[in-house]
Design a protein around this ligand. Structure first.
Ligand code: ADP
Ligand code: MG
Length: 509
């Protein structure tokens, strides 16, 4: 007969057993804590205290710490076989975009049919709107890939981003007038301008295109559905400026073209900054939807608008945290890929995870943390710095979290958990970005060698981002990955717009 688990006879031994186990577990946790934390402070209670105001908090049974990490690793890891499947899906969606309108990846012909030779010359103005800063540039092309640029940066306030289109374009015209004044360029000077406008635009000529969706926090009214070159040109007329906007350029196209001016092997431009997108050179015969005149070169630069990938909700392995970020964003259910890889959102995903882990008591001893309440307050740059912190006590991470960000108190295990979260989100972003690049270079048949120009602070500054991208490219392309050069492009969008204005001026577009 099986023994009952609890009988009046074994009550005492069980109680003793329970007591000794409890004592042993407590001792083990205390030992673990003191070996983790070299600081001379009294050991905290074995269990975190979920009540607010617990000054120590944060120590949790190690199994819980591990299980939290394992769960997040499961949700955020993209292994090699997933990478391969995602490349297949991405390639299929690129091809759909080249065939028809209204596909997820738009694949917009840019009306730029050639890359520069490097010999172009002349002086042009360029504007760059669509990132953290708005820039006005005067670009002098000197030939032989040499450029001289004078530029001024302006901040676009939240009020301008979310006000009316007329206010936004009047502000732009004001900035141009101010810039010309500072450079002693007379108001009546006739100048040609390339306009880098880094939002999804339905382009129907080199200098015509209707905005179809604001992204990256812009919502200015009266612009969606309208030709943005006309809006800009009207603002110049209101100021009596004699500027002729001859090219409307996406920043990805600008990055590709400006890098091609110095490196002839450049066939792709990628942005990994506030948002993410890419452009590449496609053969006309592969663009069945093209209804325009034949291209004199047989080629066309395609502005992919790849940020939208996955917004049909069926491909990308999004987590509940991605969903939260998306639903609370100004453009819900749009730009799914962009929201997983670009600078505007990485910190926000981290913030959502931290809020969740507070609610379950898995971090900060479950204490409410007011710093975390503000949307978009956790900067992606913090993550990058936390990832670079290799000190035993994660002291720089403590500085960031407590001094810069304003979390009252963190324990070493809080900081270890946060660092791991940053690694998971940063790694996922880099690996996802490589999917787009691997798909494009394979589609272009350039696995034997080409340069991909990459611009943006996430690529340039986020710790290990480039290495992680290269690792993923190796997993995807094998030895061919060595033939793909990822080149840092900086501020290419302004120069690129000027170059495209120059190509148009010389009758080459
Ligand atoms: P934009 O794309 O607006 O032209 P950037 O390329 O500078 O401008 O990208 C800005 C984005 O990069 C912001 O979302 C910011 O969070 C992120 N960023 C800025 N500095 C860093 C950094 N050191 N590490 C990681 N991300 C950063
Ligand atoms: Mg930029």
């Amino acid at each position: 007969m099986p023994l009952p688990l609890w009988t009046p006879d074994n009550r005492v031994p069980l109680f003793v057993f329970g007591l000794t186990t409890g004592v042993a577990v407590t001792a083990a946790f205390q030992y673990l804590y003191s070996s983790l934390s070299k600081r001379n402070q009294p050991p905290p209670p074995a269990d975190y205290d979920p009540l607010p105001g617990n000054a120590v908090g944060g120590l949790r049974p190690d199994t819980q710490f591990e299980s939290t990490i394992q769960r997040l690793e499961r949700e955020f890891t993209i292994n090699t076989s997933m990478l391969h499947n995602l490349v297949k899906a991405f390639t299929r969606d690129m091809e759909r975009g080249l065939k028809r309108e209204n596909s997820v990846i738009k694949m917009i012909p840019s009306y730029v049919e050639r890359r520069p030779s490097g010999d172009e010359t002349g002086t042009y103005l360029a504007l760059d709107l669509g990132g953290s800063n708005f820039r006005v540039c005067e670009v002098t092309l000197l030939g032989k890939g040499q450029v001289r640029t004078r530029q001024k940066k302006f901040v676009v306030s939240e009020a301008l981003k979310t006000g009316t289109g007329e206010q936004l374009f009047d502000f732009i015209a004001d900035c141009v007038e101010q810039f010309m004044g500072e450079l002693n360029i007379g108001k009546d000077t006739k100048l040609k301008m390339g306009f880098t406008f880094s939002f999804p635009v339905d382009q129907h000529a080199l200098n015509k295109g209707n905005l179809f969706l604001w992204t990256k926090g812009f919502t200015a009214s009266g612009v969606v559905g309208t030709d943005v070159v006309q809006l800009l040109q009207d603002a110049f007329h209101r100021k009596d400026l004699k500027i002729d906007v001859t090219a409307l350029v996406n920043d990805t196209v600008g990055t590709l073209i400006s890098h091609a001016y110095v490196d002839n092997a450049t066939y792709m431009g990628v942005i990994l900054g506030t948002g993410s997108n890419a452009a590449y050179v496609e053969k006309m015969e592969n663009i069945p939807k093209w209804k325009g005149p034949p291209s004199s070169t047989g080629e066309m630069v395609i502005n992919m608008e790849w940020g939208a990938w996955g917004q049909d909700g069926i491909i990308l392995p999004t987590t509940a945290y991605d969903l939260k970020v998306d639903r609370a964003s100004p453009n819900p259910r749009k730009q799914t890929y962009e929201k997983m890889i670009s600078g505007m959102y990485l910190g926000e995903i981290t913030r959502q995870i931290l809020l969740d882990l507070i609610s379950t008591g898995e971090i900060f001893g479950g204490r409410h943390c007011s710093a975390l309440e503000a949307p978009y307050s956790f900067e992606t740059a913090y993550m990058s710095r936390i990832e670079r912190d290799h000190s035993m006590e994660l002291t720089d991470t403590r500085t960031i979290l407590e001094d810069l960000y304003g979390i009252k108190k963190t324990t070493l295990s809080d900081r270890r958990l946060i660092k791991r979260i940053c690694q998971l989100i940063g790694t996922r972003a880099a690996r996802l970005a490589s999917i787009g690049i691997a798909s494009v270079v394979t589609k272009m048949n350039r696995l034997h060698g080409c340069t991909v120009a990459v611009d943006g602070s996430v690529y340039e500054h986020y710790s290990y981002f480039r290495t992680r991208m290269i690792d993923a490219l190796k997993e995807l392309l094998g030895v061919n990955a060595d033939n793909i050069t990822l080149a840092q492009a900086r501020d290419g969008s302004g120069q690129g717009a000027a170059l495209i204005a120059a190509l148009a001026d010389h009758g080459e577009l």
